[in-house]
Design a protein around this ligand. Structure first.
Ligand code: 6OG
Length: 227
């Protein structure tokens, strides 16, 4: 997956918590973070996505989006971070509970950040999606469908319905889930990741890259994934 020559060239400023640096995020309309005026809407839309995983049984809980953005697709649980959420993680916990009734006893673990960019006529803002996960042993409650996610179901790692999920998922989700399973066998923690996906429409990825970060570099996770 190499970036085409006319691709959006995005660099990461590690000190800015993996946000694209303002000078490098150039949008399809020719505007950039640098040129946006105070009146312009924010160019990043902050969102969360949570995967509840049964590491021992090699299963992941997914919801079928019943309405709105991504309707008809299976996905993890999440949504927009509200101004009232005290943190990104709190927003993720709230969405998890709202969408499938599960409450996490321990803080959710952030495993990655994805940036999704669409043609400007489809969505002006780049989605900045913070991805979290937890093992089922850390959650209370019984999964139940909601207005937004219905039905919800467990899928074996080998049966994840990738053909009915967002087009970026095959690039990273199976690899991430395999690492979750390795964790249950007392091997190393799953790697964190950062990804950029540029879509040519809602179904097609035109450019992408995913960086996998070793889990065992001291301080790496907390330095990179603050929120
Ligand atoms: P609401 O609009 O319902 O939140 N999301 C995506 N997830 C994946 N895997 N790929 C994408 O590719 C996505 N775009 C958005 C973020 C939408 C939920 O869907 C996720 C949120 O968890 C483009 O509030």
């Amino acid at each position: 997956m190499s970036l085409a020559s006319d691709a959006v060239h995005t660099t990461f400023d590690v000190n800015a918590n993996l946000r694209p640096s303002s000078s490098s995020l150039v949008h399809a309309d020719g505007g950039s973070s640098e040129s946006s005026s105070a009146a312009s809407p924010p160019l990043l839309k902050l969102m969360t996505m949570v995967y509840v995983v049964d590491t021992r049984e090699r299963k992941v809980l997914l919801g079928h989006k019943a309405r709105g953005f991504g309707a008809g697709k299976w996905n993890g649980f999440g949504g927009k971070v509200d101004a009232a959420d005290p943190s990104i993680q709190a927003g993720a916990q709230r969405e998890l509970e709202e969408e499938c009734g599960l409450r996490c006893r321990a803080p959710l673990t952030r495993c990655g950040v994805m940036f999704y960019e669409y043609p400007v006529e489809l969505e002006r803002r780049t989605l900045e999606v913070h991805v979290y996960w937890t093992d089922i042993s850390n959650v209370d409650g019984v999964p139940r469908p909601s207005e937004e996610m219905n039905p919800i179901d467990w899928f074996g790692f080998d049966d994840v319905p990738l053909d009915r999920m967002w087009a970026d998922d095959p690039y990273w989700l199976p690899f991430f889930l395999e690492q979750c399973h390795a964790l249950s066998a007392n091997l190393r923690a799953p790697r964190s990741f950062a990804g950029v996906f540029r879509f040519s429409n809602f179904e097609t990825v035109s450019d992408s890259f995913v960086v996998w970060l070793p889990p065992d570099l001291p301080g790496l996770r907390s330095d990179l994934l603050v929120g």
